[in-house]
Design a protein around this ligand. Structure first.
Ligand code: HEC
Ligand code: HEC
Ligand code: HEC
Ligand code: HEC
Ligand code: HEC
Ligand code: HEC
Ligand code: HEC
Length: 264
């Protein structure tokens, strides 16, 4: 995490100072820059200041991915994780704090998150995506901004962490099946990109390649030429009919209550 953080934060600082730099400095990793929300007239005060009034949030925070984000505040050694999402807090603190008082709340508007997470921003502009930019749902329904583990949903029910955040809305796919598909143990994200994808249903691949990542396709010379086996079944004819989950085939990709081969 830190190795990834350092070059990107350095880039963020450079941007803040007006130095022009190519974004490809972060090209091999997720593109993340540090651009904090703007609060007119306010300056940065550091995490410690927030602790006095927001003790519970502040206690959980130090181990989280954002705790160590540095912003150009002038004061050396001060950590500004809180203000990286909420904007500089001096006016909020001076006014005694309060809802809507000189502070940004990215729970209501994900733009604050997207200013830094450029890769995520791009994903949410793909044709198939969760309706976050449309205002129908929010980053914090899948990410806990203050907890130890930002990948956990904000409601915080622990379990297989990623699938758990999906199951709160998609019970059918994440539920218990008599014939489970073991692929789901790897997590929903093996097949879906929840931020967005160019493919239908936010799939990471549009065709059989999605399944062939795990189920090897084996060619065997047979009496009628080459036969294609997937698992212990000769798929030579099936593969000409359509994709793996098209009608008549493995339509129950998430698991089945009745069919061991996930037909329905
Ligand atoms: C990753 C971005 C992020 C960071 C870092 C962050 N917050 Fe938040 N904060 C949020 C979001 C998003 C919400 C809205 C939560 C919601 O709507 O469920 C929020 C809400 C709040 C609230 C409103 C009360 C509440 O629970 O809804 C307070 C107070 C707060 N944050 C304080 C802090 C403090 C103090 C820190 C540092 C210790 C901090 N935040 C760090 C994103 C962040
Ligand atoms: C003097 C006490 C005090 C300090 C210091 C303080 N706050 Fe607050 N803050 C409050 C009060 C009171 C509220 C309103 C009640 C609540 O939401 O918890 C509030 C609300 C918030 C909210 C929710 C705003 C909204 O519109 O939903 C955020 C976010 C927040 N504070 C962040 C911070 C951050 C970040 C810091 C540190 C830079 C900080 N606060 C320092 C008292 C304070
Ligand atoms: C000021 C810039 C900034 C803001 C604003 C910001 N982040 Fe981040 N975030 C970072 C940095 C830097 C990292 C650590 C480096 C990385 O993983 O890219 C990070 C890490 C993360 C991670 C963990 C990535 C991983 O691989 O473990 C998630 C998830 C995340 N942020 C979500 C959010 C959400 C949701 C919001 C808004 C509520 C938000 N961020 C706001 C800069 C920011
Ligand atoms: C529908 C649930 C969902 C929503 C909504 C969502 N995320 Fe994510 N996000 C995830 C999951 C799941 C992962 C883990 C992906 C993986 O492991 O491949 C993730 C990963 C991330 C990461 C780590 C880098 C990456 O892409 O793997 C960042 C940063 C992030 N999300 C930011 C955000 C921001 C910012 C928002 C709101 C604009 C947001 N997410 C909304 C589910 C969601
Ligand atoms: C807060 C509720 C919520 C959570 C959590 C959530 N989703 Fe969704 N999901 C939605 C909504 C709303 C839609 C859009 C439905 C529509 O457009 O009709 C959707 C759509 C989808 C679709 C596309 C369905 C289609 O017919 O095109 C997939 C796939 C999906 N979600 C997977 C996931 C995965 C994987 C996760 C966990 C990483 C997740 N969702 C977490 C609410 C949620
Ligand atoms: C093995 C790959 C794979 C995994 C893992 C997977 N899905 Fe899917 N999912 C698919 C495919 C393929 C479709 C498209 C089905 C179709 O079009 O008939 C789909 C469709 C969906 C849809 C749209 C509704 C529908 O049935 O068409 C939702 C919602 C969804 N998945 C959620 C999830 C959730 C939540 C998880 C994790 C619990 C998950 N998926 C794990 C492959 C997968
Ligand atoms: C992440 C790896 C992974 C992916 C991706 C994946 N599977 Fe699976 N699948 C498994 C595992 C593991 C098993 C259980 C062991 C086995 O039978 O090979 C399994 C079992 C099956 C079975 C039951 C086989 C039997 O004979 O009992 C079917 C059918 C199946 N998968 C279809 C699909 C389809 C269709 C897709 C694409 C939508 C797909 N799988 C994607 C890992 C995966």
């Amino acid at each position: 995490m830190l190795q990834r953080l350092i070059p990107c934060v350095a880039l963020g600082l450079a941007l803040a100072l007006g130095i022009s730099l190519s974004l490809t400095s972060c090209g091999t990793v997720q593109r993340t820059v540090v651009v904090t929300p703007h609060v007119s007239g306010a300056t940065f005060v550091g995490n410690q200041t927030c602790y006095d009034c927001h003790t519970n949030i502040s206690r959980a925070f130090p181990m989280s991915a954002h705790a160590k984000v540095q912003v150009p505040s002038g004061k050396k050694g001060d950590l500004h994780g809180c203000e990286s999402c909420h904007g500089p807090g001096s006016l909020h603190v001076a006014s005694g704090g309060g809802k809507g008082k000189f502070i940004t709340n990215p729970g209501q508007n994900p733009q604050a998150c997207l200013e830094c997470h450029l890769t995520t921003r791009a994903e949410f502009h793909l044709p198939h995506k969760h309706p976050v930019l449309e205002g129908q749902m929010n980053c914090v329904q899948c990410h806990d901004p203050h907890g130890l583990d930002i990948m956990k949903p904000a409601a915080g029910l622990a379990m297989a962490r990623v699938n758990e955040s999906c199951s709160s809305c998609h019970r059918e796919q994440a539920g218990v099946h008599v014939f489970e598909h073991e692929a789901l143990r790897e997590g929903c994200v093996t097949c879906h990109n929840p931020h967005g994808s160019p493919h239908e249903k936010m799939l990471v691949e549009r065709d059989s390649n999605l399944c062939l990542k795990c189920h090897a396709q084996i060619a065997v010379p047979g009496s009628n030429g080459v036969q294609i086996f997937i698992g212990d079944w000769d798929h030579t004819l099936n593969l000409r009919l359509g994709g793996c989950w098209s009608a008549g085939c493995h339509t129950a990709v998430h698991g089945s209550q009745v069919h061991p081969r996930l037909f329905y």
